[in-house]
Design a protein around this ligand. Structure first.
Ligand code: GLY
Length: 427
């Protein structure tokens, strides 16, 4: 039942890689994408739609963090102080979601579990309430639609909430999608668009004359490409052969997630929850995401433990304890699955998009807690950058150059609190 997901598009290696262009004269693809998770696939799909020949390198495309993520599209309820620039990109992506889903469903014939039933953030004690009041004030200052509710109003919306709920914020614009269905649909859409898949890890970036010119595969074969995109999630910083000037400052932040099954309600009654419910309990957030297929996803820990993807008793205990405090009925539900995945996290929690200091090498990684939300806009931004060489206006703050200038380029660091199981601190 417990599963670990770390993603493996990149073969870990510490060996230096000499500059050597792929030996074959013919270009394998116009664009080589290292990583077949959400970012790699959406980049490949959108770029192939623009007429470029695209190949993806990944031993298990459609895997990685998308198999763990809860799929909240929470631009408003996950707003944090100081992240207003990121908010603009998050909102731009959220606005694209309905059209993006409709297009993917049309192309693939598969449903993606997109639900626009909204989100309710609730508070239990005086501290939680004060924190939620601050978040609500920040949302209002940013011009976002959110409504303050009393505890009674919260329970009227979601009758299974614990009686101790003291207030909440209703945000109708924060939706959800099933990331497993999304990543499977992107895989099909890529195949339909002619994207070629090389199903093994990348061993090294190939450069010639200071330019990225291809990728060496784990079996020793070389692929040449006009441009290379590193979209390997938390592993993006570990590909051998990437010149120092383009070092990728992404580290893994582990998240453990529990999946339960909600029985269909008796005739006339609804399911356990009708919308996403979230709260800050003892300083850490917990969320419950009810899917249309009856699954209830509880998330998530936030742990700075390097590449470890062990599912721990402590992590699962904290999730169930906090979720039970919010909705006591959850402990009656069948337990279906527990998983851990790794969020790819940059020093400022915002993504790294577009060209690097190494010509021919672009990034699509570092999406931290917002990967699913940012999928549509990342595809557009990357297709634009790969076809024009420039980032569109809205994505310019997310250039990898912002870290090159500050000198904060070391990958794989573990931050304060390493080894400590926690959920993300209060915003
Ligand atoms: N966006 C939710 C999480 O990363 O846990």
């Amino acid at each position: 039942m417990a599963t670990a997901t770390s993603g493996g598009a990149v073969e870990p290696s510490a060996d230096p890689v000499p500059e050597r262009a792929p030996s074959s004269g013919a270009r394998s693809a116009d664009v080589l994408v290292v990583g077949g998770g959400l970012m790699g696939l959406v980049t490949a799909w959108r770029t192939a739609q623009r007429g470029l020949r695209v190949a993806v390198v990944d031993p298990d495309p459609g895997g990685g963090a998308a198999r763990v993520a809860a799929g909240m599209l929470a631009a408003v309820t996950e707003l944090h102080y100081g992240e207003e620039t990121l908010l603009a990109l998050n909102l731009a992506s959220a606005a694209r979601y309905p059209g993006f889903v409709a297009e993917l469903e049309r192309v693939t014939g598969a449903g993606l579990g997109y639900r626009s039933s909204g989100t309710l953030a609730v508070a239990f004690d005086a501290d939680d309430r004060a924190h939620l009041r601050e978040l609500h004030a920040l949302q209002e200052r940013c011009g976002l639609a959110s409504t303050w509710l009393t505890g009674r109003e919260c329970r009227r919306l979601e009758p299974m909430l614990a009686p101790g709920v003291r207030g909440g914020v209703r945000v109708d614009a924060d939706h959800q999608i099933d990331p497993r269905r999304l990543v499977a649909a992107l895989l099909s859409a890529c195949e339909a668009a002619g994207v070629v898949f090389h199903r093994l890890p990348a061993r090294a970036l190939r450069t010639a004359g200071g330019r990225a010119v291809g990728v060496e595969l784990a079996d020793g074969r070389d692929l040449s490409g006009g441009q290379v995109v590193l979209a390997a999630g938390s592993r993006s910083g570990t590909l051998a052969g990437v010149p120092e000037a383009a070092r990728v400052p992404v580290r893994p932040v582990k998240g453990q997630v529990v999946r339960l099954r909600m029985p269909p309600g008796p005739a006339g009654s609804g399911p356990l929850l009708s919308r996403t419910v979230r709260a800050v309990v003892r300083g850490g957030p917990v969320y419950l995401v009810p899917r249309e297929n009856g699954e209830l996803v509880l998330g998530a820990t936030s742990e700075e433990t390097g590449w470890d993807t062990t599912v721990t008793a402590g992590g699962v205990y904290e999730l169930l304890r906090d979720a039970h405090e919010l909705v006591p009925g959850v402990t009656e539900l069948p337990l279906v699955e527990v998983r851990a995945g790794l969020r790819p996290t940059s020093p400022d929690n915002a993504p790294l998009l577009g060209p690097t200091a190494v010509p021919g090498l672009q990034l699509a990684t570092g999406h931290h807690r917002n990967g699913v939300l940012l999928t549509p806009v990342t595809g557009e931004v990357m297709a634009h950058a790969l076809t024009t060489g420039e980032l569109p206006e809205q994505a310019r703050p997310f250039t990898p150059a912002r870290f090159a200038a500050a000198g904060t380029t070391e990958p794989g660091r573990t931050g304060p609190g390493a080894g400590h199981v926690s959920k993300e601190p209060r915003p």
